[in-house]
Design a protein around this ligand. Structure first.
Ligand code: GLN
Length: 491
């Protein structure tokens, strides 16, 4: 069996009876064995557990019927900051190296209820902090298009695995760009939902007011199918909301308009001199294609967007410093081996030994911006900037724009090690995506070209809050008009 399958084709074949969840699992596991090591995508691959999961899916299909299960027989890979009961959930950190989750995240439950099953857990930047996947305590992930290049981060394992066809879909999390940026670096589709659309229960928190779980897939239709299942309010997450939603896949199938009559806004700020020329050329062509597909193009401005990275690194680190306080050597995971130390020393040593460099840096920065005397100057100020950025987006949409179009990342994938000594350059990798998290909007990255050396380039579409349908319809129309999503790395 070939594993070049989409979510849609798996469900169709399961329904037709020509495929079983076990056969799907075996085929992907076989391919994974030969490829995962080269890419370092997987943190936990337990074949027996995956096959048991597949059996669970088969059982569900038998009981309920494949026709009533929207993801019947679909294998899913999971970023290792999402809890799967009985399986290790390390967050790419030494401090959680041996932590076994005691419950399932809501997204896992929803996926299983829909007939899908968990195939394995994926590498990531430690606690989702990073843009290149070089911050994992378990080694960097490599880009399947060229092993010398980074896959992006922090969901680099998810993006590389889907691009290499080790599963038709993976879950990632996005705090400032971590689904969209790696999707763009690996030439696949990545969607960050509106804040509150997908439950965060069971997602290890980084920046709680920014984090969202979302799918990484090979095409837009598959993203819609998975979003149909992930979306919905959850009593276990007070920030999740009830909103009319779902039915995305059906709406895509019935949509005949696509981008016709839509107005697509191009925010000037993302097309300035900081944009890599090759990325710029891909985006210019994408804008022309969007226009050819029937959309009206309108230049817009987001005057405060240049402050987004600065505001984000105050807000995200502040929230992280509070969220990561729980990793103290007492309650979870790693504890220093040093005996007979005071409680305070035990905390200090555990955290010094357990956390990596980037995480420690951020905890210190976050603690500083929240400390008395600096709170107003940094944290409160950053929140005001956040509000201004949200208003900029709202004003752009109020001016008659249905979608905004930007690059996903200002540069193509870069070489492993290239930006490690320059944190600021690394932080700028997310300059096009971070504002979307600050404003709580939905955003999607779709492949829109390749560099001369063959590396993928992505374009980002952004919609108003809870307008995932417009986002998916627009992205789907672009995809139908172009061929970029069909390209695959030769790994
Ligand atoms: N690269 C950004 C950071 O390092 C965003 C990470 C994310 O979205 N999880 O914080």
């Amino acid at each position: 069996m070939t594993v070049n399958l989409t979510v849609k084709s798996i469900v169709q074949q399961i329904r037709a009876g020509s495929l079983t969840p076990t056969a799907v699992a075996e085929a992907y596991l076989q391919r994974t064995k030969t490829i995962a090591q080269k890419l370092n995508t997987h943190l936990h691959l337990d074949e027996a557990a995956a096959l048991t999961e597949a059996k669970g899916s088969a059982q569900r299909i038998k009981e309920i019927g494949a026709d009533r299960l929207p993801l019947a027989g679909v294998p899913i890979l999971i970023k290792d900051n999402i809890c799967v009961r009985g399986s290790k959930t390390t967050c790419g950190s030494k401090i959680l190296e041996n932590y076994v989750a005691t419950y399932d995240a809501t997204v896992i439950k929803r996926l299983r209820d829909a007939g899908a099953f968990v195939l394995g857990k994926l590498n990531m930047d430690e606690f989702a902090m990073g843009s290149s996947n070089e911050n994992s305590a378990f080694g960097p992930v490599r880009n399947p298009w060229n092993l010398d290049y980074v896959p992006g981060g922090s969901s680099g394992g998810s993006a590389a695995a889907v691009a290499a066809r080790l599963a038709p879909v993976a879950l990632g999390s996005d705090t400032g760009g971590s689904i969209r940026q790696p999707a763009s670096f690996c030439g696949i589709v990545g969607l960050k939902p509106t804040y509150g659309t997908v439950s965060r229960f069971g997602l290890v928190a980084f920046g709680s007011s920014l984090d969202q779980i979302g799918p990484l897939t090979c095409n837009v239709e598959d993203a819609a199918m998975v979003m149909d299942v992930l979306t919905g309010q959850d009593a276990n997450d007070s920030t999740s909301v009830q909103h009319p939603h779902g039915g995305f896949a059906k709406a895509l199938a019935n949509d005949s308009e696509g981008l016709k009559g839509k107005t697509v806004g191009i925010p000037e700020e993302f097309f300035d001199s900081g944009l890599d020329p090759e990325v710029g050329a891909c985006l210019e062509r994408a804008i022309a294609d969007v226009q050819k597909a029937g959309a009206k193009i309108k230049r817009v401005r987001l005057p405060n967007i240049s402050y987004s990275v600065a505001a984000y690194y105050v807000i995200a680190t502040a929230e992280a410093s509070a969220n990561l306080a729980r990793f103290d050597g007492i309650r979870y995971g790693y504890r220093t081996k040093e005996n007979g130390v005071s409680l305070k020393e035990l905390y200090r040593k555990t955290r010094s030994e357990g956390f990596g460099q980037e995480v420690k840096q951020r905890i210190m920065l976050g603690t500083f911006v929240l400390s008395s005397g600096y709170y107003d100057a940094f944290y409160a100020k950053a929140n005001k900037v956040r509000e201004l950025i949200s208003r900029d987006f709202a004003a752009a949409f109020d001016s008659g724009v249905d979608l905004l179009l930007t690059p996903t990342s200002p540069t193509p994938p870069f070489k492993l090690g290239e930006k490690l000594s320059d944190p600021l350059a690394m932080y700028l990798s997310d300059i096009c995506t971070i504002g979307v998290n600050l404003a709580g909007l939905p955003g999607i990255s779709v492949p829109c070209g390749r560099t001369k050396s063959g590396l993928p380039v992505g374009m980002q579409l952004i919609a108003p809050k809870f307008n995932e349908q417009t986002l998916l319809t627009g992205a789907h129309a672009y995809e139908r008009a172009t061929e970029w999503h069909k390209d695959q790395p030769a790994i």
